[in-house]
Design a protein around this ligand. Sequence first.
Ligand SMILES: Nc1ncnc2c1ncn2[C@@H]1O[C@H](COP(=O)(O)OP(=O)(O)OP(=O)(O)O)[C@@H](O)[C@H]1O
Length: 226
Amino acid sequence: MLELRAITAGYDRHAPVVRGASLTVAPGEAVGLLGPSGCGKSTLARVAALLHRPDAGAVLLDGAPVRGWRHRAPRALRTAFGVVFQQPRLSADPRLRLADLIAEPLRATGRRDALPERVAGLAATVGLTPDLLLRRPHEVSDGQLQRACLARALVLRPRWLICDEMTAMLDASTTAALVTAVEDYRRTTGAGLLAVGHDRTLLHRWCDRTVHWKALGARADGSVPV
Ligand SMILES: Nc1ncnc2c1ncn2[C@@H]1O[C@H](COP(=O)(O)OP(=O)(O)OP(=O)(O)O)[C@@H](O)[C@H]1O
């Protein structure tokens, strides 16, 4: 179980953007998080993925409170999360060919066993042809790069997937392909999903339940329309 308990977080301790938000995702469950622009969804998603340390509150994994964040989180916890962000160009190293981009977490964790087979298998899962794997980010479309970013997020076989507006910039067919790839992965692994977005129809179709920001118990700070 992934539990966020009364999370307060932000970029200035005196003016947090998230205040007292609570949310749970069970293993195998797909939870959608909807809310207006700027309310703090991405900040909360980064806390859930152990990428942003909250100012208050707790993140629990299978009942155990998380104590370290980012590089201070134990490797076994860090690699339990696969994260896909909205803008692939901000999260992809422009020097890497797509095959190396997908393999990056495997190399970083020293897990080079069966690397080419794993990359080829994931590329097929997300709909990338072998010729695209040889190109660098500036030689592919946003949708193709996002497919590679999803493959990279899956390469360590995470137990939890955090998709933060993963399809917001993409057309309907790429959106459908990426959602199908996530669901195929979840069906075979039992991974839990937190999908953040604005598209109510997509999240309702995709997820087991969709939570609105207002239902997280988050307190308004007077400036954010919750
Ligand atoms: N790195 C940062 N430094 C300072 N403020 C930030 C930073 N990132 C986000 N913010 C601010 O925190 C608030 C919440 O941003 P966040 O991205 O979490 O909202 P969101 O609900 O995901 O928005 P959107 O739906 O538009 O992506 C916003 O007011 C934003 O300007």
